[in-house]
Design a protein. Sequence first.
Length: 210
Amino acid sequence: MVNFVTSSYKPELLKPLVEKISSIPEVVSVMNNPTLSFRQILIRQRFCTNSLKNVLVSEEMDQKLFLTFLWNGHHWARQVYGYEVVAQAIADACLNAKLNNIYNATFVQGDLNKIDESFGNNFPKPDVVISDPNRPGMHMKLIKFLLKLKAPRIVYVSCNPATCARDLDYLCHGVIDKNLEGCYKLKSLQAVDMFPHTPHIECVCLLELC
Ligand SMILES: C[S@@+](CC[C@H](N)C(=O)[O-])C[C@H]1O[C@@H](n2cnc3c(N)ncnc32)[C@H](O)[C@@H]1O
């Protein structure tokens, strides 16, 4: 699969290239993934091409978003707080926000596996938390924080159904040995085959506070 990530949707410009590439026998599909805003792609930083997430965030108009594991929701939200462990990703996010005249987003570099009891004291309670953790899923400290925060909605995006199921169970039913009570209900779950012909699957889950 070849995926063209472009800053706008102009298929006619890609057509000659697509025709050339399509003649390569190993190429079984060609995708064009237009980003809704310009985003600088640095080779040293992993780039997430998931425009589906952008569509999903567009429903969160005029809300306060808390993004764990960095997202691109700043166009639609009133206020955005983004957390990410990789310093370069934060630098890119700040640069991209500037390039796109985005002034409602704060990006903070931090390790969500090392948060303490005071985490969250310096930002207002969010309407929506969007979390897209990597394959190990959420650390217990983050689960604990979310169960205390009680944001009305959590959108959990996952590329690992096993850790996703574990974390949804924690958020909905609690963690008995940690004395944590669950307070969410799973409202919807959509699996998305982002990587056809591989065993990988992306899941997007909506949780609402009970
Ligand atoms: C599945 S990717 C999400 C990508 C993101 N949605 C985007 O559009 O760029 C997971 C992200 O979580 C970050 N991450 C991993 N462990 C973390 C931690 N302990 N604290 C904060 N961020 C972490 C990774 O650096 C990576 O950017």
